[in-house]
Ligand binder design. Structure first.
Ligand code: TNX
Length: 554
């Protein structure tokens, strides 16, 4: 059982070993920065990480405290160097330490924190983290592995590390070794920016949340009935007209190409691939308002700001529709370094089955001709298979013979069961926002299922991974997003990353509780789910209940 060790404002600092800041240094730092002094020097347990690492071997004799003069040394490789700078950027605000980054060649490199690229047997995303009495060594085969290891390291430091301003503390780390690698290659979340539009800054912040929990895909639902959110030069009215609406009648908005590139690069720097979705043939009212020639009756429908689904579609019988799709997907593909293009395919209720299948097969070929791999909601299943095709399961009963058949023909599956992984479902009847059509999803419901066996008849080998979608009909602000995301996103992240052998509600609940003070310290909104034993003591005591002078006097 672990909960975040609560800093005890009155405790006397534990004896310090060489390299740790002495009491005078701590007091000086506190004076200079006018911040709280934390005295707790007990590190977290090495196993207090979300998602649960594969192997944890604690060594209590090897606890280590980050010294003020620590240096980060990294393999001489540009991507690894970027990870080291990222780590320094995470640690500098709260520690106030300079943490210079230097690169070095060879396996014998020494530094207080060493990030080492090595041909070890750790897989494409795995890492090994050794915390010893003389410092930290993080090893991986790729910069991505190093990046995931950095997220683990960050969680092992006291929660005060999340402070945007300096805190004088013993930055203690628990000794031992973690060896870690993901269960599934695809771990994602989806943000619907169509029902309500969200500014680039909000999306970047969501990317930060994904990165913390080792998710590696951000699916952006860019188009829907209520708004078109991505600039397409060859069809400019998509954004000037189609982007000017959203649910509830707000002003909407859209991403310029530069905005989108900024999102994609910010994600890439966090080892996250953006998966853009252009939802077709349904969910297209905003496009039809902008270009009535795409509508089956060639008449512009009124703009739509409600929340019904399934009424709109682009004309599958008109060649102009396929020109439009080729142009749009071509421009989006050109801005997207990742291999995936998501073509939606859900809830096209007004398009008859055979027409729908023919339409999807043409669109799939357009995607393939662009050199990209098709992803679509599982309604795509009846269409012909195409190399690499990925279906995204969003059902609620784990059974669908058509999807099973598509998998038999070669499709792989991303699982997003509506009744477990949909972040827009309410936690409880009194959750102020969200839906309940797929049921209520408390944290346990989000956690207690297995992506590998969830869809009956689909073998685990065909499961590429897991994704948590956030639809935004009722979500209007970053705080709303965070309320629905946290704490369920880490639950889904753990299902995607951690091996089944580590799965267990009681242990997860306690590890998750340790994230609360981190979010609070970082100013992140979250739902204080009643089934989680949240710490009651803040990570950084408030000025009022911190006996700063007492501490300095010890
Ligand atoms: C179903 S899931 C939809 C979305 C809605 C969502 C609300 C899916 C592929 N389609 O259009 O936003 O329910 O939960």
């Amino acid at each position: 059982m672990s909960t975040t060790p609560s800093p005890s404002p009155t405790a006397v600092p534990a004896p310090l070993s060489a390299g740790e800041p002495d009491a005078a240094t701590l007091a000086r730092a506190a004076e200079q920065t006018a911040v709280t002094v934390l005295t707790a020097a007990t590190p977290h347990r090495l196993a207090d990480v979300v998602p649960a690492p594969q192997q944890v071997q604690p060594d209590p004799t090897a606890d280590w405290v980050l010294p003020a003069e620590a240096v980060i040394v990294v393999s001489a490789d540009p991507a690894a160097l970027a990870v080291a700078e990222h780590l320094a950027g995470l640690l500098r605000p709260a520690t106030g330490y300079p943490l210079p980054v230097t690169d070095a060649a060879g396996p014998g490199m020494v530094g207080d924190i060493a990030l080492v690229l090595d041909e070890a047997d750790l897989g494409a995303e795995g890492y090994r983290l050794d915390i010893a009495a003389d410092g930290v060594r993080l090893t991986a085969v790729t910069a991505t592995g190093l990046f995931h290891g950095v997220q683990t390291l960050r969680q092992l430091l006291p929660a005060a590390i999340e402070s945007p301003t300096p805190v004088a503390a013993h930055w203690a780390l628990p000794g031992g070794t973690i060896t870690d690698a993901p269960r599934f290659p695809h771990r994602g979340a989806m943000l619907d920016v169509a029902r309500h539009f969200f500014a680039v800054e909000d999306v970047l912040r969501v990317i930060d949340h994904l990165a913390r929990y080792k998710l590696n895909h951000l699916h952006l639902h860019l188009t829907d009935d209520q708004g078109w959110r991505i600039a397409v030069d060859s069809w400019p009215r998509l954004t000037t007209v189609g982007g000017a609406t959203e649910v509830g009648g707000g002003p909407g908005g859209h991403y310029t190409k530069a905005d989108y590139v900024r999102i994609v690069s910010y994600a890439a720097a966090r080892h996250i691939t953006v998966v853009p979705e252009i939802d077709l043939p349904g969910h297209t009212n905003a496009a039809l308002v902008a270009y009535p020639e795409l509508a089956p009756d060639k008449i512009a429908p009124p703009p739509y700001t409600g929340t019904e689904v399934g009424f709109s579609y682009v004309d599958p019988a008109d060649e102009r529709t396929y020109d439009f799709i080729a142009d749009v997907l071509g421009e989006v593909a050109a801005l997207t370094p990742g291999p995936w293009l998501h073509i939606g395919g859900d809830e096209a209720f007004k398009v008859p089955g055979e027409v729908y299948t023919g339409f999807v097969e043409r669109v799939q070929r357009i995607v393939a001709d662009l050199g990209k791999t098709v992803v679509g909601w599982h309604q795509l299943a009846p269409a012909a298979h195409l190399d690499g095709r990925v279906l995204q399961w969003w059902g609620t009963n784990g059974e669908d013979p058509t999807t099973v058949d598509a998998v038999r023909r070669g499709a792989r599956l991303i699982v997003s069961p509506g009744n477990h992984a949909y972040l827009d479902m309410k936690y409880a009847p009194d959750t102020p926002i969200g839906h309940d059509w797929a049921g209520l999803i408390d944290v346990r419901k989000a956690y207690d299922w297995d992506p590998g066996t969830h869809v009956a008849g689909v073998p685990a080998e065909a499961v590429l991974g897991v994704e948590a979608p956030l639809w935004t009909e009722s979500v209007t602000s970053l705080a709303d997003i965070e309320l629905l995301l946290l704490p369920r996103l880490p639950a889904i992240a753990e299902l995607g990353w951690s091996s089944r052998a580590t799965h267990g509600w009681a242990d997860f609940r306690d590890r998750l509780a340790g994230q609360g003070p981190r979010w609070t310290t970082a100013g992140i909104t979250f739902h204080r789910a009643p089934d989680i034993p949240w710490a009651t003591t803040p990570a950084i005591p408030t000025q009022r209940d911190t006996p700063q002078t007492d501490t300095a006097a010890h």
